[in-house]
Unconditional design. Structure first.
Ligand code: NCD
Length: 363
């Protein structure tokens, strides 16, 4: 039995299979309408969401399954102080699969180590959002006809935008990919994404603050919202919130064959006037998210049926003797009984990263 916490939990072949299944669902929805009959999806949303939660729910319903769950931490026993581990064990008694969103990084991972059913990470803090990446991949594949040989511009909040982190990890495994990272200095891509994904794989990338300069080079433009809720300093958010606005005039600089993606919700970073541009793919992307979630639910439930034992983790490069993680957004910051566990990610420079949130160990 497997969970999906990080997009890298899926091989490229598996991503391609999920895309093929999603395309088949689009072509033959009736063939899938009873595939999850009598199965239950639990949506455990400790943080607000519209499209992710509702698209998971719609996905399960279109497979003939049922949905239980909650849409805010206040309406769950978390408000009474229940741990993620206990919640995961309890929900395993009631459902067949879990989709979990949590403001703290690593929470779905902790759930997956304690649940006896598959857990899908539906977004953990500023860390990962693998099912949004599934939606992004299907969209790029349908809009551009390929996932190779693309120059991808990522624009906006590259620091806290978890969708960006997961998309980079996924796209780095395709050939001919180049990234242009467009952000203000304060919101640049976290070093761990650069060190884990871009640098070791030798993926070419440029960093710039200038959207107009980058636009003509792009095959895909991935716009993101400045993530207000993750800022410690409201003044900094106020200063950065209007960093980028994609307008119809700016779209005139872009290639004729390109596509604009956005995980949504949008605030003001894409003018509504762009919506009618045929290259604006973000609403189609939201629909693609439902199909990819259907394909993913089918895959994980099938695997759990064939192999109900939780997949073991590779402990060979883990260490347990380091001080607690200092990332205030790490799940260990509130669940203090969780052991501090680090992974050796760079032997030469002796760099260890927290297994829950990937923050660097201080020692
Ligand atoms: C994204 C998220 O939650 O990270 N939204 C989504 O899942 N579609 C992007 C965002 O909130 O900006």
């Amino acid at each position: 039995m497997r969970s999906l916490i990080d997009i890298l939990d899926l091989s490229v072949e598996e991503l391609d299979q999920l895309i093929a299944t999603a395309k088949d669902i689009i072509a033959n929805p009736v063939a899938y309408q009873d595939k999850c009959a009598h199965k239950k999806l639990a949506t455990l949303f400790f943080e607000p969401s519209t499209r992710t939660r509702l698209s998971f729910e719609a996905a399960m319903m279109e497979l003939g399954g049922n949905v239980i769950g909650f849409s805010s931490a206040n309406s769950s026993s978390a408000s009474k102080g229940e741990s993620i581990a206990d919640t995961a064990k309890i929900i395993s008694c009631y459902a067949d699969i879990i989709a979990m969103r949590h403001p703290l990084e690593g929470a779905p991972y902790v759930a997956s180590r304690n649940a006896s059913i598959p857990v899908i990470n539906a977004g953990d803090g500023g860390h990962f959002h693998p099912t949004q990446t599934l939606a992004d991949l299907l969209t790029i594949s349908r809009e551009m006809g390929r996932l190779n040989d693309l120059t991808i511009g990522l624009c906006g909040d590259l620091k806290y935008g978890r969708t960006v982190h997961s998309l980079i990890a996924a796209m780095c495994r395709y050939t001919g990919i180049k990234f242009i990272l467009i952000s203000p200095d304060e919101l640049k891509l976290p070093k761990y994404v650069r060190y884990n994904e871009l640098d070791p794989k030798g993926i070419p990338y440029e960093e710039t603050a200038d959207l107009e300069e980058a636009l003509p080079k792009l095959d895909v433009l991935y716009m993101t919202r400045i993530q207000q809720e993750r800022f410690d300093d409201p003044a900094e958010y106020a200063r950065l919130k209007d960093s980028y606005v994609l307008t119809a005039e700016k779209m005139a600089l872009a290639k004729e064959k390109m596509c604009v993606l956005h995980p949504l919700p949008r605030v003001n970073e894409i003018s509504v006037k762009v919506d009618d541009d045929p290259r604006a793919a973000y609403f189609r992307q939201a629909l693609n998210g439902k199909y990819m979630r259907m394909a993913l639910i089918l895959k994980l439930l099938e695997e759990a049926k064939n192999d109900p034992i939780r997949e073991a983790i590779d402990t060979s490069n883990l260490v347990y003797d380091r001080p607690a993680c200092i990332n205030p957004r790490c799940i260990t910051s509130t669940e203090q009984e969780l052991p501090a566990v680090y992974k050796l990610v760079d032997k030469t420079n002796q760099i260890y990263r927290c297994i829950y949130c990937e923050a660097k160990s201080v020692q």
